[in-house]
Write a protein that binds this ligand. Structure first.
Ligand code: SF4
Length: 316
Protein backbone atom coordinates (compact mmCIF):
# COMPACT_ATOMS: atom_id res chain seq x y z
CA UNK A 1 0.00 0.00 0.00
CA UNK A 2 1.50 3.40 -0.96
CA UNK A 3 2.42 5.67 1.96
CA UNK A 4 0.54 8.59 0.42
CA UNK A 5 -2.62 9.58 2.26
CA UNK A 6 -5.45 9.86 -0.28
CA UNK A 7 -8.51 11.92 0.58
CA UNK A 8 -11.68 12.31 -1.45
CA UNK A 9 -12.86 15.88 -1.81
CA UNK A 10 -15.86 17.63 -3.33
CA UNK A 11 -14.33 18.75 -6.63
CA UNK A 12 -15.50 22.39 -6.32
CA UNK A 13 -13.49 22.73 -3.07
CA UNK A 14 -10.40 21.51 -4.92
CA UNK A 15 -10.80 24.44 -7.33
CA UNK A 16 -12.60 22.68 -10.20
CA UNK A 17 -15.25 24.84 -11.88
CA UNK A 18 -18.04 22.33 -11.47
CA UNK A 19 -20.72 24.25 -9.55
CA UNK A 20 -24.15 24.72 -11.14
CA UNK A 21 -23.08 28.14 -12.49
CA UNK A 22 -19.59 27.09 -13.64
CA UNK A 23 -17.69 28.50 -10.66
CA UNK A 24 -15.60 26.77 -8.00
CA UNK A 25 -15.50 27.09 -4.24
CA UNK A 26 -11.77 26.71 -3.69
CA UNK A 27 -10.94 26.21 -0.03
CA UNK A 28 -7.68 27.96 1.06
CA UNK A 29 -6.90 25.49 3.88
CA UNK A 30 -7.26 22.55 1.50
CA UNK A 31 -5.26 24.23 -1.26
CA UNK A 32 -2.46 25.74 0.79
CA UNK A 33 -1.98 23.53 3.86
CA UNK A 34 -3.54 20.11 3.61
CA UNK A 35 -2.48 19.64 -0.05
CA UNK A 36 1.18 19.54 1.07
CA UNK A 37 0.55 16.34 3.02
CA UNK A 38 -2.15 14.40 1.20
CA UNK A 39 -3.24 13.52 -2.31
CA UNK A 40 -6.77 14.55 -3.30
CA UNK A 41 -9.24 12.49 -5.25
CA UNK A 42 -11.73 15.15 -6.44
CA UNK A 43 -15.26 14.06 -7.18
CA UNK A 44 -18.34 16.01 -8.25
CA UNK A 45 -21.39 13.76 -7.93
CA UNK A 46 -23.62 16.08 -9.97
CA UNK A 47 -21.24 16.22 -12.94
CA UNK A 48 -20.26 12.56 -12.68
CA UNK A 49 -23.87 11.38 -12.69
CA UNK A 50 -24.45 13.19 -15.97
CA UNK A 51 -25.61 16.72 -15.18
CA UNK A 52 -23.83 19.46 -17.13
CA UNK A 53 -22.46 22.98 -16.57
CA UNK A 54 -24.33 25.25 -16.27
CA UNK A 55 -27.22 23.29 -14.81
CA UNK A 56 -30.39 23.91 -12.92
CA UNK A 57 -30.03 24.02 -9.13
CA UNK A 58 -31.42 20.97 -7.40
CA UNK A 59 -32.81 20.31 -3.93
CA UNK A 60 -33.68 17.38 -1.71
CA UNK A 61 -37.38 16.91 -1.05
CA UNK A 62 -38.92 14.69 1.59
CA UNK A 63 -41.63 12.82 -0.33
CA UNK A 64 -42.79 10.74 2.63
CA UNK A 65 -41.43 7.32 1.66
CA UNK A 66 -38.09 8.62 0.47
CA UNK A 67 -36.00 11.71 -0.13
CA UNK A 68 -35.81 12.73 -3.78
CA UNK A 69 -33.56 15.05 -5.76
CA UNK A 70 -35.69 17.52 -7.65
CA UNK A 71 -34.88 20.34 -10.10
CA UNK A 72 -35.52 23.69 -8.40
CA UNK A 73 -37.66 25.20 -11.13
CA UNK A 74 -38.43 22.42 -13.59
CA UNK A 75 -39.44 19.90 -10.93
CA UNK A 76 -37.49 17.23 -12.87
CA UNK A 77 -36.82 14.18 -10.71
CA UNK A 78 -33.08 13.30 -10.81
CA UNK A 79 -33.21 10.72 -8.02
CA UNK A 80 -32.77 7.64 -10.22
CA UNK A 81 -29.93 9.20 -12.16
CA UNK A 82 -27.96 10.00 -9.00
CA UNK A 83 -28.88 6.72 -7.27
CA UNK A 84 -27.73 4.55 -10.18
CA UNK A 85 -24.45 6.44 -10.53
CA UNK A 86 -23.81 6.31 -6.76
CA UNK A 87 -24.37 2.53 -6.71
CA UNK A 88 -21.84 2.15 -9.52
CA UNK A 89 -19.18 4.46 -8.06
CA UNK A 90 -19.19 3.58 -4.36
CA UNK A 91 -17.57 0.11 -4.54
CA UNK A 92 -14.72 1.59 -6.62
CA UNK A 93 -13.83 4.15 -3.95
CA UNK A 94 -12.40 1.30 -1.88
CA UNK A 95 -9.78 0.70 -4.58
CA UNK A 96 -8.86 4.38 -4.50
CA UNK A 97 -7.61 3.70 -0.94
CA UNK A 98 -9.35 6.80 0.44
CA UNK A 99 -8.64 7.51 4.11
CA UNK A 100 -11.14 10.35 4.42
CA UNK A 101 -13.53 12.61 2.53
CA UNK A 102 -13.93 16.40 2.75
CA UNK A 103 -17.31 17.67 1.69
CA UNK A 104 -18.86 20.93 0.60
CA UNK A 105 -21.34 22.28 3.13
CA UNK A 106 -24.98 22.94 2.32
CA UNK A 107 -24.88 21.18 -1.05
CA UNK A 108 -27.94 18.99 -1.80
CA UNK A 109 -25.50 16.32 -3.01
CA UNK A 110 -22.34 16.73 -0.90
CA UNK A 111 -23.35 18.28 2.44
CA UNK A 112 -22.25 16.39 5.53
CA UNK A 113 -24.71 17.84 8.06
CA UNK A 114 -26.22 21.05 6.79
CA UNK A 115 -27.96 20.12 3.56
CA UNK A 116 -31.59 21.20 3.45
CA UNK A 117 -34.42 18.75 3.02
CA UNK A 118 -37.57 20.49 1.87
CA UNK A 119 -41.04 19.41 2.88
CA UNK A 120 -43.95 18.81 0.52
CA UNK A 121 -46.27 19.80 3.38
CA UNK A 122 -45.19 23.42 3.71
CA UNK A 123 -43.02 22.80 6.80
CA UNK A 124 -39.66 24.52 7.34
CA UNK A 125 -36.76 22.65 5.63
CA UNK A 126 -34.85 20.39 8.00
CA UNK A 127 -31.09 19.81 7.97
CA UNK A 128 -29.42 16.59 6.96
CA UNK A 129 -26.59 15.25 4.84
CA UNK A 130 -26.61 15.55 1.04
CA UNK A 131 -27.96 12.83 -1.20
CA UNK A 132 -24.58 11.39 -2.28
CA UNK A 133 -22.99 11.77 1.17
CA UNK A 134 -25.82 9.89 2.87
CA UNK A 135 -25.25 6.89 0.62
CA UNK A 136 -21.48 7.10 1.04
CA UNK A 137 -21.90 7.15 4.86
CA UNK A 138 -24.05 4.02 4.69
CA UNK A 139 -21.58 2.24 2.41
CA UNK A 140 -18.41 3.31 4.28
CA UNK A 141 -19.42 3.81 7.93
CA UNK A 142 -15.77 3.91 9.07
CA UNK A 143 -14.55 6.47 6.54
CA UNK A 144 -13.71 9.77 8.29
CA UNK A 145 -15.75 12.55 6.68
CA UNK A 146 -15.77 16.24 7.45
CA UNK A 147 -17.23 19.41 6.00
CA UNK A 148 -14.59 21.84 4.72
CA UNK A 149 -15.94 24.71 6.82
CA UNK A 150 -15.66 22.69 10.02
CA UNK A 151 -11.95 22.13 9.39
CA UNK A 152 -11.43 25.76 10.44
CA UNK A 153 -12.21 24.64 13.99
CA UNK A 154 -8.96 23.29 15.54
CA UNK A 155 -10.73 20.61 17.64
CA UNK A 156 -12.76 19.29 14.70
CA UNK A 157 -9.72 19.47 12.44
CA UNK A 158 -7.61 17.52 14.93
CA UNK A 159 -10.37 14.94 15.20
CA UNK A 160 -10.53 14.49 11.42
CA UNK A 161 -6.76 14.40 10.85
CA UNK A 162 -6.25 11.84 13.60
CA UNK A 163 -8.94 9.53 12.20
CA UNK A 164 -7.49 9.80 8.69
CA UNK A 165 -4.05 8.69 9.87
CA UNK A 166 -5.48 5.93 12.08
CA UNK A 167 -7.49 4.59 9.13
CA UNK A 168 -4.32 4.55 7.00
CA UNK A 169 -2.56 2.50 9.68
CA UNK A 170 -5.63 0.27 10.08
CA UNK A 171 -5.70 -0.48 6.34
CA UNK A 172 -1.99 -1.34 6.45
CA UNK A 173 -2.62 -3.71 9.37
CA UNK A 174 -5.49 -5.65 7.80
CA UNK A 175 -3.71 -5.79 4.44
CA UNK A 176 -0.82 -7.60 6.14
CA UNK A 177 -2.58 -10.16 8.28
CA UNK A 178 -5.51 -10.78 10.61
CA UNK A 179 -3.57 -12.13 13.56
CA UNK A 180 -4.81 -11.26 17.04
CA UNK A 181 -1.23 -10.50 18.12
CA UNK A 182 -0.95 -7.81 15.43
CA UNK A 183 -4.29 -6.33 16.53
CA UNK A 184 -3.18 -6.22 20.16
CA UNK A 185 0.04 -4.47 19.09
CA UNK A 186 -1.98 -1.95 17.03
CA UNK A 187 -4.28 -1.33 19.99
CA UNK A 188 -1.39 -0.93 22.42
CA UNK A 189 0.19 1.79 20.25
CA UNK A 190 -3.11 3.68 20.02
CA UNK A 191 -4.11 3.35 23.69
CA UNK A 192 -3.33 6.91 24.75
CA UNK A 193 -4.95 8.35 21.66
CA UNK A 194 -8.15 6.38 22.23
CA UNK A 195 -8.20 7.46 25.89
CA UNK A 196 -7.99 11.07 24.77
CA UNK A 197 -11.17 10.64 22.75
CA UNK A 198 -13.29 8.21 24.72
CA UNK A 199 -12.31 6.71 28.07
CA UNK A 200 -15.32 4.39 28.17
CA UNK A 201 -14.65 3.19 24.61
CA UNK A 202 -11.02 2.63 25.54
CA UNK A 203 -12.10 0.31 28.36
CA UNK A 204 -14.59 -1.52 26.13
CA UNK A 205 -11.93 -2.09 23.46
CA UNK A 206 -9.59 -3.51 26.12
CA UNK A 207 -12.39 -5.85 27.27
CA UNK A 208 -13.06 -6.94 23.69
CA UNK A 209 -9.42 -7.88 23.16
CA UNK A 210 -9.42 -9.69 26.51
CA UNK A 211 -12.25 -11.87 25.19
CA UNK A 212 -10.73 -12.32 21.74
CA UNK A 213 -10.44 -16.11 22.08
CA UNK A 214 -14.23 -16.54 21.78
CA UNK A 215 -14.38 -14.79 18.36
CA UNK A 216 -12.92 -15.72 15.01
CA UNK A 217 -10.39 -13.30 13.50
CA UNK A 218 -12.80 -11.65 11.04
CA UNK A 219 -15.37 -11.02 13.79
CA UNK A 220 -12.89 -9.48 16.17
CA UNK A 221 -11.26 -7.26 13.52
CA UNK A 222 -14.68 -6.02 12.31
CA UNK A 223 -15.98 -5.37 15.81
CA UNK A 224 -12.75 -3.70 16.88
CA UNK A 225 -12.76 -1.37 13.84
CA UNK A 226 -16.38 -0.33 14.42
CA UNK A 227 -15.76 0.39 18.10
CA UNK A 228 -12.42 2.12 17.46
CA UNK A 229 -13.70 4.58 14.86
CA UNK A 230 -16.84 5.24 16.90
CA UNK A 231 -14.59 6.19 19.85
CA UNK A 232 -12.31 8.33 17.71
CA UNK A 233 -15.27 10.20 16.26
CA UNK A 234 -15.88 11.64 19.74
CA UNK A 235 -14.09 14.94 20.15
CA UNK A 236 -11.02 15.36 22.29
CA UNK A 237 -10.84 18.44 24.51
CA UNK A 238 -7.85 20.11 26.23
CA UNK A 239 -9.12 18.54 29.47
CA UNK A 240 -9.25 15.02 28.01
CA UNK A 241 -5.80 15.46 26.44
CA UNK A 242 -4.45 16.85 29.73
CA UNK A 243 -5.81 13.78 31.60
CA UNK A 244 -3.86 11.55 29.21
CA UNK A 245 -0.73 13.67 29.64
CA UNK A 246 -1.09 13.32 33.44
CA UNK A 247 -1.42 9.57 32.98
CA UNK A 248 1.82 9.59 30.94
CA UNK A 249 3.52 11.70 33.62
CA UNK A 250 2.73 8.94 36.11
CA UNK A 251 5.31 6.74 34.33
CA UNK A 252 8.10 8.98 35.68
CA UNK A 253 7.13 9.01 39.35
CA UNK A 254 10.49 7.65 40.41
CA UNK A 255 12.76 9.32 37.86
CA UNK A 256 11.72 12.98 37.95
CA UNK A 257 12.77 15.21 40.80
CA UNK A 258 10.40 17.74 42.35
CA UNK A 259 11.40 20.64 40.07
CA UNK A 260 11.11 18.53 36.86
CA UNK A 261 7.68 17.34 38.00
CA UNK A 262 6.62 20.91 38.71
CA UNK A 263 7.80 22.08 35.30
CA UNK A 264 5.93 19.29 33.51
CA UNK A 265 2.81 19.81 35.59
CA UNK A 266 2.84 23.54 34.83
CA UNK A 267 3.21 22.79 31.13
CA UNK A 268 0.24 20.40 31.19
CA UNK A 269 -1.86 22.97 33.05
CA UNK A 270 -0.82 25.75 30.66
CA UNK A 271 -1.88 23.53 27.74
CA UNK A 272 -5.18 22.74 29.49
CA UNK A 273 -5.79 26.48 29.89
CA UNK A 274 -5.01 27.06 26.18
CA UNK A 275 -1.83 29.05 26.90
CA UNK A 276 0.51 26.74 24.93
CA UNK A 277 0.00 24.11 22.18
CA UNK A 278 -0.26 20.38 22.87
CA UNK A 279 3.08 19.91 21.14
CA UNK A 280 4.99 21.42 24.10
CA UNK A 281 4.06 18.94 26.87
CA UNK A 282 4.20 16.12 24.30
CA UNK A 283 7.77 17.06 23.34
CA UNK A 284 8.87 17.11 26.98
CA UNK A 285 7.17 13.79 27.74
CA UNK A 286 8.82 12.27 24.69
CA UNK A 287 12.18 13.51 25.85
CA UNK A 288 11.68 11.83 29.24
CA UNK A 289 10.30 8.66 27.64
CA UNK A 290 13.49 8.28 25.60
CA UNK A 291 15.81 9.34 28.41
CA UNK A 292 14.29 6.94 30.94
CA UNK A 293 13.58 4.21 28.38
CA UNK A 294 9.82 3.82 28.57
CA UNK A 295 9.00 1.76 25.46
CA UNK A 296 5.24 1.85 26.13
CA UNK A 297 5.34 5.64 25.82
CA UNK A 298 7.79 5.91 22.93
CA UNK A 299 5.56 3.71 20.79
CA UNK A 300 2.36 5.71 21.47
CA UNK A 301 1.03 7.49 18.37
CA UNK A 302 -0.46 10.10 20.70
CA UNK A 303 3.08 11.17 21.66
CA UNK A 304 4.75 10.26 18.35
CA UNK A 305 2.44 11.00 15.45
CA UNK A 306 3.45 10.63 11.81
CA UNK A 307 5.49 13.79 10.81
CA UNK A 308 2.74 14.98 8.42
CA UNK A 309 0.11 14.32 11.06
CA UNK A 310 2.14 16.33 13.56
CA UNK A 311 2.50 19.29 11.18
CA UNK A 312 -1.23 19.28 10.45
CA UNK A 313 -2.18 18.93 14.10
CA UNK A 314 -0.01 21.87 15.05
CA UNK A 315 -1.05 24.14 12.24
CA UNK A 316 -2.78 27.18 13.77
S1 SF4 B 1 -20.90 20.58 -3.91
FE1 SF4 B 1 -20.57 18.57 -4.75
S2 SF4 B 1 -22.07 18.36 -6.37
FE2 SF4 B 1 -21.95 20.53 -5.89
S3 SF4 B 1 -20.44 21.33 -7.30
FE3 SF4 B 1 -19.33 20.79 -5.45
S4 SF4 B 1 -18.64 18.74 -5.84
FE4 SF4 B 1 -20.23 19.13 -7.33
Amino acid sequence: MPETIRIGVSACLAGEKVRWNGTNDRDPYLAEILAKHVEYVPLCPEIACGLGIPREKIRQVDCGEDIRLIGYESGDDLTEKMTQWTKRILPGLEEEGLCGFILKSRSPSCALLHGKIYSTKGKQPRQSSGFFTRQMMNYYPLLPMEASERLQNPILRENFIRRVFVLKRWRKLIEKDLRIGSLVDFHTRHKMMIRAHDLRGYRELGKLLGESSIFNANEIFDTYATMLFRSLSLKTTPKKNADVLMHAMGFFKKQLDASDKQELLKMINDYKNSKIPLLMPITLLNHYAKKYQKPYLTQQYFLNPHPSELKLLNHV
